[in-house]
Design a protein around this ligand. Structure first.
Ligand code: NAD
Length: 339
């Protein structure tokens, strides 16, 4: 428990949808929750002047996807805990966190069910051509559009971690055959999950739906590009709920325009971080067989509440000197306390 005599310890929160219950978990332990403005249209990827000002006093920061660089950590030595609400941490310099003695946590178990639901929703929406049907009906055009089924199809999952596994579980209800490409997966684990492990090229050639669930790393950056798209089964549907940078969007646009791909469901775009890439995103979104959402796969009421609570608990535990949930620790440079 916190001491009533200590001076206020600030926890900066720069995420939208941080609920009152999560704030109360911190305030009940004596921490002061401060908020800094996020420019809504910037999708939480910028360090604003307001954030910089708040970082002067903050001991912990609950954040989304703004870049946390070594330079930023060096500028704000008081900041001890960086708590990412979400799981992807490609925007954070994890080596700097460690070498500068800070702690980085994330919230596994928070958003995964929502992202897995979203991937399925996109497979169905694009396969059944829901967007096109809806647009036609808005124009009082009642002609039927013929879509395709997910039932009984081959679905290729690139990455078989928490979200990939949840997608596979849901696909059982569709009698789908699930192929998995994940170089870090052991054979017995794939077998136990009832999926078939294979190479990327085989997955691309055989899958009717390809769904990306790998983190953004140097290995996965533009994994889907002109060369790999050339291997895709004609008419296949690509779903991306991982990170926009896994896909070369210009190559994707060309493949869709050429009719090689049947469609795409995209929750993530390079344009989230790079305003120069917004133009290509708009071209993709203008296609009738593309369904887009603005990085909202994990944004359900339930998922946000779970992740907010977990981020708050990680911060409180770390600031109180208690044990932080192990599965939430991404990078830890803190000096262990003597027993
Ligand atoms: P996870 O760490 O549990 O699983 C990732 C899997 O990808 C691991 O099994 C890993 O072995 C595998 N992998 C690593 N490198 C690979 C490669 N080169 N090729 C194929 N597989 C590879 O992560 P998760 O919780 O399943 O999340 C996956 C990704 O989804 C996150 O990294 C994040 O970028 C993204 N995500 C997006 C949202 C959203 O709102 N759209 C929300 C949560 C997560």
């Amino acid at each position: 428990m916190s001491s009533p005599l200590r001076s206020p310890v600030d926890v900066l929160v720069t995420i939208r949808f941080f609920d009152a219950e999560a704030a109360a978990r911190l305030e009940a332990r004596g921490y002061r929750v401060i908020r800094a403005d996020i420019a809504y249209d910037e999708l939480d990827t910028k360090i604003t002047v307001g954030i910089e000002r708040a970082l002067e006093t903050a001991h912990a920061w609950i954040l989304g996807t703004p870049p946390v660089t070594r330079e930023l950590l060096e500028r704000f030595p008081r900041l001890k805990v960086i708590a990412r609400r979400g799981v992807g941490y490609d925007s954070i310099d994890t080596a700097a966190v460690k070498s500068l003695g800070r702690l980085l946590t994330n919230t596994p178990g928070g958003g995964e069910p929502a992202v897995a639901d979203h991937a399925l929703a996109m497979m169905l929406a694009v396969g059944k051509r829901l967007g096109e049907s809806h647009q036609r009906m808005q124009a009082d055009d009642w002609r039927a559009i013929v879509g395709g089924e997910l039932f009984g199809k081959t679905v290729g999952l690139v990455g078989f971690g928490r979200i990939g596994r949840m997608v596979a579980k849901r696909l059982k209800g569709f009698d789908a055959r699930v192929l998995v490409f994940d170089p870090y997966l052991d054979h017995s684990s794939a077998e136990a999950s009832g999926v078939t492990q294979c190479g990327l090229n085989e997955l691309l050639a055989q899958s009717d739906f390809i769904s990306l669930h790998a983190p953004l790393t140097p290995e996965t950056d533009r994994l889907i590009n002109t060369q790999t798209l050339a291997l895709v089964k004609p008419g296949a549907i690509l779903v991306n709920t991982s990170r926009g940078e896994l896909v070369d969007e210009t190559a994707l646009l060309q493949a869709l325009e050429a009719g090689r791909l049947g469609g795409a469901g995209l929750d993530v775009f390079a344009g989230e971080k790079d305003p120069g890439a917004r133009g290509i995103a708009q071209k993709l979104l203008a296609l009738p067989n593309v369904v887009g959402t603005p990085h909202t796969a994990a944004s359900t009421r339930e998922s946000l509440a779970r992740a907010n609570a977990l981020a708050a608990d990680c911060v409180a535990a770390a600031l109180d000197g208690l044990e932080v949930p192990r599965h939430c620790i991404v990078s830890d440079g803190r000096v262990p306390q003597a027993a």
